[in-house]
Design a protein around this ligand. Structure first.
Ligand SMILES: NC(=O)c1ccc[n+]([C@@H]2O[C@H](COP(=O)([O-])OP(=O)(O)OC[C@H]3O[C@@H](n4cnc5c(N)ncnc54)[C@H](O)[C@@H]3O)[C@@H](O)[C@H]2O)c1
Length: 269
């Protein structure tokens, strides 16, 4: 989707971090935005910032892990905007506890937001995109959807699910010749939004700036890229390293700080 001007773009998790910045960037390109977040004050602030660019934008308070709340919000969005051209499944959460300390409820919550929340929107909107043979779905996963990391078992499970789903959906669209509908899967390493506050960066892997991440995602969307890996060299490099015998890869990850990276994690309160 080379030109975003006049397109209707729905962004979840638009109240903070890269969701907020992506809302700015697509509004700069004259796109209309439906902005969703569970945090009413945060989405109202993003809305104000986006509206100052003189484009159509509406904010919606919605818990994406609640299917009824999603369906209610989508019917309001349909009435306000008509068909959605681009869905950016971005809202996400991190708990940052050892598997031994996580409760089943906490694990389900992570899955309900990071995986099911994205699924509800995709399932509800893809039919219209297929009918028009035009549209784009951007799924913000993580490098934790490609490499399992300690103290992130629930998060990794949700992000591996997102990566697998994105890949399968992209191939399914191709199989049934719905070639006008693109799926972009985003796998970033740690970004400086505060979501991973306290994370100790791995050797030679500085934290990514939120502006750079948001900008790379919008570029990837416009090019219809299957993947946006951030930073590309480091993520593709670690996928190649995964081909090594497992004990060697585990050792390399450990000496680069992977086993202790989450020990000082505080995250969002
Ligand atoms: N920050 C990182 O280091 C990093 C790295 C890799 C992937 N990601 C992914 O990028 C995405 C955005 O992360 P971010 O760093 O901008 O985080 P952030 O915390 O700054 O923003 C996430 C937004 O999602 C909203 N949200 C959370 N739960 C919600 C729910 N149930 N319903 C609706 N909104 C909800 C929050 O209120 C918040 O505004 C997430 O999916 C995250 O997993 C982030």
């Amino acid at each position: 989707m080379k030109i975003l001007a006049g397109k209707n773009i729905l962004i979840t998790g638009a109240g903070s971090g890269i969701g907020r910045l992506m809302a700015h960037y697509v509004a700069d390109e004259r796109a209309n935005t439906a902005l969703i977040d569970i945090n009413g004050a945060a989405v109202a602030k993003t809305l104000e910032e986006v509206k100052s660019r003189n484009v159509k934008a509406i904010g919606y308070v919605c818990d994406i892990s609640n299917r009824e709340s999603v369906m209610d919000t989508l019917s309001k969005i349909k009435a306000d905007f008509g068909p959605i051209d681009v869905l950016i499944n971005n809202a996400g959460t991190v708990i940052g506890k050892s598997f031994f300390d996580l409760t089943i409820d906490e694990m389900q919550r992570t899955m309900n937001i990071n995986y099911w929340g994205h699924m509800y929107f995709t399932k509800a909107l893809i039919g219209e995109m297929i009918a028009r043979n035009s549209g784009a779905i951007v799924n913000v996963a993580s490098s934790s959807g490609l490499i399992g990391m300690p103290i992130l078992s629930d998060y990794c499970a949700s992000k591996f699910a997102e990566v697998g789903f994105s890949e399968a959906l992209r191939r399914e669209l191709k199989k049934f010749k719905h070639t006008g509908v693109k799926v972009t899967c985003v796998c970033p390493y740690v970004i400086d939004t505060g979501l991973f506050k306290g994370f100790k960066p791995l050797a030679m892997n500085p934290v990514i700036k939120a502006e750079d991440a948001a900008c790379a995602i919008i570029k990837g969307l416009k090019k219809g890229k299957a993947y946006v890996m951030l930073p590309p060299l480091s993520i593709y490099g670690s996928m190649v390293l995964k081909l090594l015998p497992t004990p060697i890869f585990d050792w390399m990850l450990s000496i680069s700080g992977g086993s202790v990276a989450m020990d000082s994690f505080t995250g969002r309160k």
